[in-house]
Design a protein around this ligand. Structure first.
Ligand code: UT7
Length: 333
């Protein structure tokens, strides 16, 4: 029997119109463009401003972009996964709302939350559904409205995060393209270093939590940075080694966009030329679950059928990993 692999066959994206520049941040907190650019590589990020809109708005727009580009009948979609760290609300599934709104009325759906590794882990989950032969059209959306948990008086976090979404369609492939191998890890000792302390089950919302600003994301940047640099590079090296790949075999590195220096460190570890490293952090900042699909959309017209892409991510929890992937199409329009 021919082996079925899980290939990406289309991508779509959405970022909000409002642009928050480094210069604007200079008037909000004690910072400056030079510091932000040299320490992170970020120049601007997109923010969803309209009240009453959440992560689902971003996810729906990205999915609609994909559907519009491919002329896909949304009724053919069998599963919708929304990878996100900022769901619309607790208890109600964001993905169910998204699936219904995009017309995927024959699909089941669920949310997948693993901080900045959500999309990477989502790729692994989708691959199992496709490889089993049971499902043929699975939509994986990485979407985060980070501005909903950012304290715009905290210069350690507000300069980093932005809002956005990317949608990716997975279909079965019999040419050996798509997901080849994965190396995924997590370590719960890391959760103190990057978190939103209140609003979950451990510390539900109360007057005190609001007063103490505990509903905002806080991170010990230096510690997270140290772990991100070493862990993301480790798994990237590992996935190459165990698949007998050298840097010459790698067409692209698609690494989570948290900090340009972390991505550069990963590329350096495998001695990959920066011309093969996808980068868009300057435009969007860290969009958590959306960074990888946004990279794919931005680079789609440069990707060629058969290209080897190494995906890598690191995020809160801690969660991290790398995926060895083969691109399945040339963009025609
Ligand atoms: O996506 C999930 C994973 N997240 C990450 O991977 C993020 C990892 N961390 C980082 O990217 C970096 O740690 C940051 C960008 C958050 C910070 O950069 P850093 O080079 O690690 O700076 P730092 O925290 O060590 O701070 C250096 C100095 C400090 O001043 P002192 O103590 O040396 O006097 C900070 O107070 O820079 C100061 N600083 C700032 N200065 C201007 C911190 N934030 C700012 C700021 N503007 N926005």
């Amino acid at each position: 029997m021919t082996k079925i692999t899980a290939a990406i066959t289309a991508v779509g994206k959405y970022v909000p119109e409002f642009i928050l520049t480094n210069e604007m941040l200079e008037s909000m907190v004690e910072t400056n463009d030079e510091w932000i650019t040299s320490r992170t590589g970020i120049k601007e990020r997109r923010i969803l401003k309209e009240t009453g809109r959440g992560t689902s708005f971003l996810a729906i727009k990205a999915a609609e972009d994909l559907i519009h580009k491919t002329k896909l009948d949304p009724k053919e979609i069998e599963l919708v996964i929304v990878a996100t760290a900022t769901p619309d609300m607790q208890a109600a599934s964001t993905s169910a709302f998204v699936a219904t709104k995009i017309g995927a009325t024959e699909a089941f759906s669920f949310d997948l939350e693993s901080a900045c590794s959500s999309f990477l882990y989502g790729m692994s989950v989708v691959a199992r559904y496709i490889e089993s032969g049971k499902y043929k059209k699975v939509l994986l959306i990485g979407a985060d409205m980070n501005s909903s948990m950012i304290d715009y008086t905290d210069r350690a976090t507000c300069i980093i995060f932005g809002d956005g979404a990317g949608a990716v369609l997975f279909e079965p492939n019999t040419e050996g393209l798509g997901l080849q191998d994965e190396y995924l890890r997590s370590d719960g000792n890391g959760r103190e270093f990057l978190k939103v302390a209140a609003g979950g089950s451990i510390l539900p919302a109360s007057e005190d939590t609001v007063k103490n600003r505990l509903h905002y994301a806080r991170q010990d940047g230096r510690t997270v940075f140290k772990f991100a640099v070493s862990k993301m590079a480790d798994v990237t090296e590992k996935i190459l080694e165990r698949n007998n790949l050298t840097k010459a075999d790698v067409s692209w590195l698609a690494a989570h966009q948290a900090n340009k220096r972390i991505v550069e460190a990963t590329a350096k570890r495998i001695e990959l030329d920066m011309s093969k490293v996808m980068m868009n952090i300057h435009k969007y900042g860290n969009t958590t679950s959306a960074t990888l699909p946004l990279l794919l959309e931005d680079y789609e017209n440069q990707l060629r059928k058969g290209d080897t892409i190494i995906f890598a991510a690191f995020g809160g929890g801690f969660t991290w990993g790398a995926i060895y992937f083969k691109w399945a199409y040339n963009q025609t329009n």
